[in-house]
Design a protein around this ligand. Structure first.
Ligand SMILES: *[C@@H]1O[C@H](CO)[C@@H](O)[C@H](O)[C@H]1NC(C)=O
Ligand SMILES: *[C@@H]1O[C@H](CO)[C@@H](O)[C@H](O)[C@H]1NC(C)=O
Ligand SMILES: *[C@@H]1O[C@H](CO)[C@@H](O)[C@H](O)[C@H]1NC(C)=O
Ligand SMILES: *[C@@H]1O[C@H](CO)[C@@H](O)[C@H](O)[C@H]1NC(C)=O
Ligand SMILES: *[C@@H]1O[C@H](CO)[C@@H](O)[C@H](O)[C@H]1NC(C)=O
Ligand SMILES: *[C@@H]1O[C@H](CO)[C@@H](O)[C@H](O)[C@H]1NC(C)=O
Ligand SMILES: *[C@@H]1O[C@H](CO)[C@@H](O)[C@H](O)[C@H]1NC(C)=O
Ligand SMILES: *[C@@H]1O[C@H](CO)[C@@H](O)[C@H](O)[C@H]1NC(C)=O
Ligand SMILES: *[C@@H]1O[C@H](CO)[C@@H](O)[C@H](O)[C@H]1NC(C)=O
Ligand SMILES: *[C@@H]1O[C@H](CO)[C@@H](O)[C@H](O)[C@H]1NC(C)=O
Ligand SMILES: *[C@@H]1O[C@H](CO)[C@@H](O)[C@H](O)[C@H]1NC(C)=O
Ligand SMILES: *[C@@H]1O[C@H](CO)[C@@H](O)[C@H](O)[C@H]1NC(C)=O
Length: 842
């Protein structure tokens, strides 16, 4: 106990000192312009040179990025081959969610590469199964494994446009028992205009001469990068450290083509003519100085055929195709070929060579069909002066999810709207952000446990993979002036989804009306909340909920799929939440007990959602009705805050809102009750009550108990102040909770429940404290896997961890600084707001 406190003092001291240390670092860094360029050697103390760059060891003390939380260990190759680069002899493994945080000081398109090399070590790295997300954008890699990869190291490359100052790359095991790993990370800015904003769209039916807009607001993932007619180009020989592979394995008929190479200098030219000229960053000389050309006998002008390549791509996805040309085959312009380029045999484009040895490139956005194959062919145009055709290089990048934080430079925001509205109008399948929903009031769930395990979640990916359809909708639908109208669902659709409000599909009932589960025509499972006119949710609450929810999208906030206001109905359609309310997993039900770790994760999730509500938007949103029945769990127990009917948008420059007191008894902030001044600290109070509910697994008000025990918050705080919190926790947790973790949790709840709002922490602080409690639990579990560690609290306090990782402190203060606490949510909100504003302005 005494030991614990002294450690706590040290941590406090670190808190005080770190800002100073940071200041010092900042003043040092003023003398040079930070490069926005990160090459990281994960799991190593040593910097290592690789492909002409220095990869900085992420355990070295002077790193310019942070890793948080620092709870996981590095691994080292136990039998490295002498030819293996140092880079691939160490890795970092993550048994829980962990993020690298990078400071970005220049807006633009970034290349992000992740290197995976499962070397031999006590932990079999090839069994890792994990997800990677960036700055809160999920799904960069999902259920990712290197198990059956033959081409090692496996390098995943993404291109994304970043305009936020803190960029995070987060690794998270896909399953409880799994882990994540990474050997090296690269994050660096690409040259200007590396990726265009738009490119000609080639759909499955060919091209309608329309362009795909918004490439810069998408994540692109490299699928193929081919040096046609030449050998492999290693990263060290490429201007942007790319890897180019030979094309021969992609050829349908190898005897149709032969290699051609050129030993004169390539004439890079600036600007654009009919085509965009290339530069050395678009592709290096080695790509342009080799080509495949038709394998014809010299002088044979009769035999005309195409050279065709086939590339495996994701089925039904959209790809950016970049083809590189440079005429190195012709002796003079008068005998320079005129080429037909065919894409998937449904689109062709004439390419007339106008200068020799000058490289240029063309971009197309190609919607792949169900074959999973992208076909590229070249052949001589019928009017070509010579019977030849050639190709120098080719790149295929999959267009993945939409970036929610990006800003697009030099671009009017209006251009965004058609895509957005189009995607919404073009069928609800495309309301992509949404997963699944379940809205239930706890009273009503008796006898209706979340049995819907056969309900498949609709993942973000699935919603987004039909870009083709999104895009077609974009082109043909006329813009709708209000975004909200895009969420409107016809009553008939709601009726069909719920089998005309069948009582069999009724999953909840309450003051607001009924909640049904339903399935939209596109297969999406939803929760349908239908207010009963007269005694249901009032119109203001209905409107508030639509207004709030259509503006915000966050992993930890329940998403609105749509609404229906036809025939005086007030119907809200949400994502379906498989596991129901948090409360139903705590007490008064026979659902299995949540572990302490699960409970912490749920609290952290809900706290993040709330933090996002408070800070993400301009002026902030106050929920006003935080309680355990308004925290819902999805199939993976990911917590999402729900029910925004009472929420309030704070006005800018106004720290509180005076309003009639609303909320739920037992959770209600006494200060708000007294003063009627609503602030975000009222939510913090209610959240503190939820924390205690989670800890003690009992109702917040239980009139059947003795008076002193009746009110959960009052009763538990008595024990907390006595330092005997463990006496009153959920009996099912006894012996399974690390005491330090418990203590941190108790302190966090206590701070939330302070009488004066001003004394309470912000939700961002709460997130950090809970993450810390989580870390304490994790550390204890890793150290003493065989022990229940309740009795050796002091010895498990991770001071050694702090000493071992010098930059631990840095990550604390980084997380602790205002605004940057939660990299995952810091900007999506303003993005959404700006969209709304545009919509309003039309
Ligand atoms: C770091 O470098 C030192 C000496 O250069 C070497 O002894 C040590 O093994 C290296 N550590 C790792 C993790 O590669
Ligand atoms: C890496 O290269 C730099 C110069 O490019 C050199 O100063 C440094 O000593 C090299 N480091 C190692 C570990 O070889
Ligand atoms: C990046 O762009 C955002 C808005 O698009 C702007 O607020 C920010 O200042 C820019 N940052 C830099 C370093 O240019
Ligand atoms: C990942 O795996 C989990 C469990 O195996 C599964 O539920 C989920 O659908 C998978 N996600 C994807 C994108 O494949
Ligand atoms: C790897 O291949 C084996 C055998 O083909 C298969 O059982 C396993 O599921 C594969 N693993 C992954 C992650 O694809
Ligand atoms: C396609 O559009 C461009 C300009 O947007 C125009 O110059 C060209 O003639 C069009 N081509 C066809 C085949 O419609
Ligand atoms: C072309 O060159 C590459 C790399 O040198 C080689 O692997 C390939 O076999 C050659 N192809 C032909 C058709 O000669
Ligand atoms: C491959 O191309 C050559 C030359 O054009 C042709 O003679 C041969 O029939 C083709 N083979 C196949 C299997 O198509
Ligand atoms: C050239 O590039 C610009 C932007 O980088 C793009 O808008 C334009 O369409 C490209 N032109 C051609 C012919 O591809
Ligand atoms: C492409 O996909 C097919 C079938 O899915 C598979 O047989 C083939 O090996 C794949 N080719 C490459 C180069 O991955
Ligand atoms: C791709 O689309 C076709 C038709 O649109 C559909 O039949 C097929 O199931 C889809 N494939 C995948 C993998 O989604
Ligand atoms: C990023 O760009 C978007 C769109 O222009 C903008 O709404 C957002 O505020 C920007 N983010 C930052 C951090 O400036």
């Amino acid at each position: 106990m005494g030991k614990f406190q002294s450690h706590e003092v040290i941590v406090r001291l670190l808190h005080l000192l770190l800002p100073l240390q940071l200041l010092f670092l900042q003043s040092l860094s003023l003398s040079y312009t930070p490069p926005s360029k990160y090459f990281i050697n994960c799991g190593s103390q040593n910097n290592t040179n690789y492909t002409g760059r220095t990869f900085v060891g992420d355990m070295s003390s002077d790193s310019s990025f942070t890793l948080s939380p620092k709870r996981d260990d590095p691994v080292v190759d136990s039998s490295p081959s002498p030819t293996t680069s140092q880079l691939y002899q160490t890795a970092r493994i993550f048994k829980g969610p962990s993020s690298y945080v990078f400071h970005i000081d220049q807006n633009g398109t970034y290349l992000v590469r992740l290197h995976f090399f499962p070397f031999s070590s006590p932990t079999d790295l090839s069994t890792a199964l994990f997800d990677v997300s960036v700055s809160g954008l999920p799904g960069l890699l999902q259920n990712f494994s290197v198990q059956n990869t033959s081409n090692l190291p496996l390098i995943k490359e993404f291109l994304l446009t970043i305009n936020i100052s803190k960029f995070t790359v987060k690794f998270e095991p896909s399953q409880e028992s799994s882990f994540a790993f990474v050997n090296a990370i690269e994050v660096f800015i690409a040259p200007d205009s590396f990726i265009p904003h738009s490119a000609l769209l080639v759909t499955r039916k060919g091209s309608k001469n329309s362009s795909y807009k918004g490439l810069l607001s998408r994540v692109l993932q490299k699928i193929h990068r081919v040096n046609v007619g030449g050998g492999e180009i290693e990263p060290g020989l490429d201007t942007l450290w790319r890897n180019w592979v030979p094309d021969d394995t992609f050829l349908f008929n190898r005897s149709t083509a032969r290699n051609k190479s050129y030993d004169q200098p390539i004439q890079y030219q600036e600007g654009q003519s009919e085509y965009n000229y290339s530069d050395r960053y678009i592709a290096p000389d080695n790509v342009y100085s080799t080509a495949k050309e038709m394998n014809t006998n010299k002088g044979d002008q009769l035999q005309s055929f195409n050279i065709s390549w086939g590339f495996n791509v994701t089925k039904n996805a959209t790809h950016l195709l970049r083809v590189h040309f440079c005429d190195i085959t012709s002796a003079s312009l008068s005998v320079s070929p005129w080429i037909n380029l065919y894409i998937n045999s449904i689109f062709s484009r004439n390419i007339k060579i106008i200068t020799l040895a000058v490289p240029f490139y063309l971009d197309f956005v190609v919607v792949s069909d169900n074959s999973g194959l992208l076909n590229i062919s070249i052949g001589p145009h019928r009017d070509s002066p010579v019977n030849n055709s050639f190709l120098n290089g080719l790149e295929i990048m999959e267009i993945m999810q939409e970036l929610r934080w990006v800003s697009i430079k030099n671009e009017s925001k209006k251009k965004y709207i058609p895509l957005l509205v189009g995607s919404v109008v073009g069928g609800l399948a495309l309301v992509c952000i949404v997963l699944i929903v379940f809205l239930l009031q706890s009273k009503c769930r008796k006898g209706k446990p979340a049995q819907a395990t056969d309900w498949l979640p609709i993942t973000v990916d699935r919603g987004l993979s039909s870009h083709g359809r999104i895009h077609e909708a974009t082109i043909h639908s006329s813009p709708v002036p209000y975004l909200n109208l895009g969420l409107k669902i016809p009553f008939a659709e709601v009726q069909s989804a719920t089998k005309n409000f069948s009582s069999k599909l009724l999953v909840g009932k309450g003051g607001f009306g009924n909640v049904y589960q339903g399935t939209l025509r596109n297969g999406m499972k939803v929760a349908v909340k239908r207010s009963q006119p007269g005694h249901g949710q009032g119109l203001p609450e209905f409107q508030t909920e639509i207004l709030v929810l259509s503006k915000i999208h966050h992993r930890h906030l329940v998403s609105l799929v749509g609404y229906c206001d036809e025939r005086n109905e007030m119907i809200l359609v949400y994502e379906f939440m498989e596991k129901g309310t948090l409360r139903s997993h705590l007490y008064d039900s026979d659902l299995p007990c949540l572990s302490w770790k699960q409970r912490l994760e749920i609290c952290i999730g809900a706290a993040r959602g709330l933090h996002y509500l408070h800070t993400g938007s301009e002026g902030g949103i106050i929920h006003r009705d935080i309680k355990s029945t308004n925290i819902l769990l999805d199939d993976d127990f990911v917590a999402k805050v729900a029910d925004f009917g009472l929420s309030r948008s704070g006005l800018p420059n106004q720290t509180h809102v005076s309003t009639a007191v609303k909320g739920t008894f037992g959770y209600l902030d006494p200060e708000y009750f007294r003063t009627q001044q609503l602030t975000d600290k009222s939510d913090v109070y209610s959240f503190g009550v939820v924390l205690l509910e989670v800890l003690c697994a009992r109702p917040v008000i239980n009139p059947s108990l003795p008076t002193e025990q009746m009110n959960l918050a009052e009763w538990v705080m008595v024990w907390q102040k006595k330092g005997l919190l463990e006496q009153v926790i959920d009996p099912l947790l006894v012996g399974k909770v690390n005491l330090n973790s418990l203590r941190k949790f108790g302190e966090t709840a206590e701070k939330c429940l302070q009488e004066e709002g001003a004394d309470r922490p912000t939700m961002g602080d709460v997130v950090w404290d809970l993450e810390y409690a989580f870390q304490l639990q994790q550390t204890a579990m890793q150290r003493e896997p065989l022990e229940d560690s309740t009795n050796d609290a002091a010895s498990t306090f991770p001071l050694p961890t702090i000493q071992r990782y010098p930059s631990y402190s840095l990550s604390i203060s980084n997380i602790h600084g205002p605004e940057r606490r939660d990299g995952s949510s810091e900007t999506t909100e303003s993005e959404v707001f700006s969209q709304l504003r545009i919509a309003d302005g039309r």
